[in-house]
Design a protein around this ligand. Sequence first.
Ligand code: NDP
Length: 449
Amino acid sequence: MADYDYDLFTIGAGSGGVRASRVSAAHGAKVAIAEEHRVGGTCVIRGCVPKKMLVYGAHFAEDLEDCQKFGWDIGEATFDWIKLRDNVLADVDRLEGAYTETLESHDVKVFKERAVITGDHEITLESGKKITAKHILIATGAQPRLPDCEGVEHGITSNEAFHLDELPKKVIIAGGGYIANEFAGIFNEFGSQVKIVNRGDQLLRGYDEALRDRLLQISIMKGIDFQFNSVFEYIKECPDGGYFVKLSDCEEEHVDLVMFAIGRTPNTGGLGLDTVGVELGDNGEIKVDEFSKTSVDHIYAVGDVTDRVQLTPIAIREGQAFADSVFGDVEPYGVDHSCIPSAVFSHPPIASVGMTEGEAKSALGSVKVFQSDFRPMKNVLAGRNERSLFKMVCDAADDRIVGIHMIAPEAPEMMQAAAIAVKAGLTKADFDATAAIHPTMAEELVLMR
Ligand code: NDP
């Protein structure tokens, strides 16, 4: 049998790669991992984690306004972006340290440099060092997609949004998905004038229509501007600062910042995948089977680079399943990609699991829909005219819940528990049989009519 330097070499130390490497090492494999940027990957370094901290920071704007109706007089509140930015970045540093520590304490060798596949079982590091491995795992994630327009280099992506030296007075965000809506909410709460520009006429495609409409309505009420069916013609630097932006069917306008959030493309370029025959899909994603195995027997891929479901918890599950299946003492198993709960951390947030009403009608024919459209108690006292919406979609044939959708403060926190019920195949009657916890927003889950 051939002798390799490592049993497993992982390229990319993000959520999927770190989990896979740590667990493989715990199963007894000799493991190394390479990371060209920072240990932790998109989620920890420039995604979910710092984004959520900014969402918290931004939401204080509303809390500080609302608290007056609850009797608080706090004088004039001021906001210091640099302070929040630096505190968030310091926490990211802490987390990077914790992830590195996890790897090292499991005896995973960490190479902080780029790695490229140069032979069937060979990896070459940027420093020139060649390493051999019995198995190779590609967990290189994805990167922001950029549009094809003049002056695209003047725009930023979510990667840079965490490092801004000042907040823009006026920002245009391209895209109508997760990142566009989350950052529109963040900038808007911090006082920036925000415009979302989307190529189509739908925000958050894939989410239930009623919730998307509600978010649009609330976002407009909060002052966010929307332009649909529009693309960028050019972005030009303004000599006095900022940029001139020309959108299709619009006059040129001046903004301080342009941010692109139009999806993410798998990081497969320049990895040497063609030299060993790893097959790619139409979007440059690595094609894998249910066990995350690529077209090459000993090369696997997990996470965003496979473009199955671009969510951290799924990358982690795929990494775990890979490690258990290849190095553990279990029958190989794959990850169930059905019924995955998700959330958009907009203001207010959206959370969802299972089929939308439209999807359920197409898939099942006959469905029952239950709804609760209410103004949360806190908003009532605060005088905030912002209504929440819960929706439950059931299969009319057997009452089984096939989808739950919510837009409400803390919707993602409520959804995690509700998603267990949907995944477990519970019925509307099971929810009805559960007593409400009063007074909460979550009680609407068992009171829907
Ligand atoms: P999304 O896929 O959510 O949305 C992309 C948006 O950009 C859509 O509105 C899409 O329009 C539009 N678009 C796509 N291609 C182009 C193009 N060439 N020109 C103009 N517009 C275009 O992408 P994001 O960048 O917001 O986020 C990337 C992924 O990261 C998400 O899919 C999600 O998986 C993950 N993520 C998850 C978060 C969470 O869980 N809370 C938070 C942030 C990101 P159309 O609808 O017409 O295709």
